[in-house]
Design a protein around this ligand. Structure first.
Ligand code: CAA
Length: 271
């Protein structure tokens, strides 16, 4: 698809959001963070719009996969420092802005992050709430909150450590140093590193592949993988087995297995 046709499509599906753009391409929804003047700093308004858009796509039966992306220069340079610089403990607790992030945590459809440029602080934490991360060669990651007198507040200490282990995440969080896409790949934080020109195409290719599967199986697979963060092995195995058995009441399971035996591609309907 050419840049022009994407733009036209985005215009035709544009909603009233101020800080993000949304578009759909068949079963794929694309959400683009769009505050380029501040490197997509994640203020309350943007995060509310993002959670609204993500939830709307989660409830839209035509959408099977969501791609979350930013601009070429920045995926997101973190929470909006200017918005919170003069806050107090009490005002932060009363506003409880970070609760908005939980709405993204509970999205059931797979989210693919397509990351170019800065993915710092809350930007890095946002991509860690996604399920697959494709990065451009120019992407730069980091948790620099320590440099401004705070700590990661949107899951960084927890999710980074679960991916990288104690020692590597401790170094990254305590020094606040940025790291490259190559290092992120070596650390297991991103799935693939590609030239910036093909970043979205690569995310689309993965999304297209996932969108062909049974959405019921995809939803339960995502849920089961995420349970490893919260459950013991025994609980997780029980959850997985029950989810596996549960799928045998779906038309998609019958279709998938019959298609295999009839040597034809399966046509999954999400029923
Ligand atoms: N919040 C608010 N504004 C931001 C921002 C942020 N996180 N990051 C960048 N901006 C703004 C800058 O203030 C600047 O605006 P002005 O032109 O009005 O001054 C504009 O974006 C462009 O930024 P720079 O001029 O700084 O661009 P640069 O190329 O020189 O540097 C950068 C880029 C290294 C990313 C630098 O902007 C930077 O260090 N940003 C802050 C990164 C950071 O500390 N993130 C963590 C935030 S705290 C957090 O996220 C808490 C949490 O866990 C939830």
């Amino acid at each position: 698809m050419t840049a022009k046709t994407i733009e036209e499509k985005e215009m035709s599906t544009a909603t009233a959001y101020k800080n993000i753009r949304t578009a759909t391409e068949g079963a794929i929804a694309i959400v683009t963070l769009n505050r380029p003047q501040v490197l997509n700093a994640l203020n309350t308004e943007l995060m509310t719009e993002l959670a609204d858009a993500m939830q709307a796509f989660d409830h839209d039966e035509h959408v099977r996969v969501i791609i979350l992306t930013g601009g070429e220069r920045a995926f997101a340079a973190g929470a909006d420092i200017k918005e919170m610089a003069e806050e107090s403990t009490v005002s932060m607790m009363l506003r409880d802005n970070l609760a908005i992030w939980d709405r993204i945590r509970f999205i059931k459809k797979p989210i693919i992050a397509a990351v170019s440029g800065f993915a710092l602080g809350g930007g890095c934490e946002l991509l860690m709430m996604c399920d697959i991360v494709v990065a451009s060669e120019t992407a730069q990651f980091g948790q620099p909150e320590i440099n401004i007198g705070v700590i990661p507040g949107a899951g960084g200490t927890q999710r980074l450590t679960r991916v990288l282990g104690k020692y590597r995440s401790m170094e990254i969080i305590l020094t606040g140093r940025p790291f490259s896409a190559k290092e992120a790949f070596d650390l297991g934080l991103v799935n693939k590193v590609v030239p910036v020109e093909v970043l979205l195409d690569e995310a689309r290719a993965m999304a297209t592949e996932i969108a062909k599967k049974s959405p019921l199986a995809v939803r339960l697979a995502k849920e089961a993988v995420l349970k490893t963060y919260e459950m013991t092995l025994n609980e997780g195995l029980q959850f997985e087995r029950k989810s596996f058995y549960m799928l045998f009441d779906s038309k998609d399971q019958k279709e998938g297995m019959r298609a295999f035996m009839e040597k034809r591609p399966a046509n999954f309907t999400g029923r």
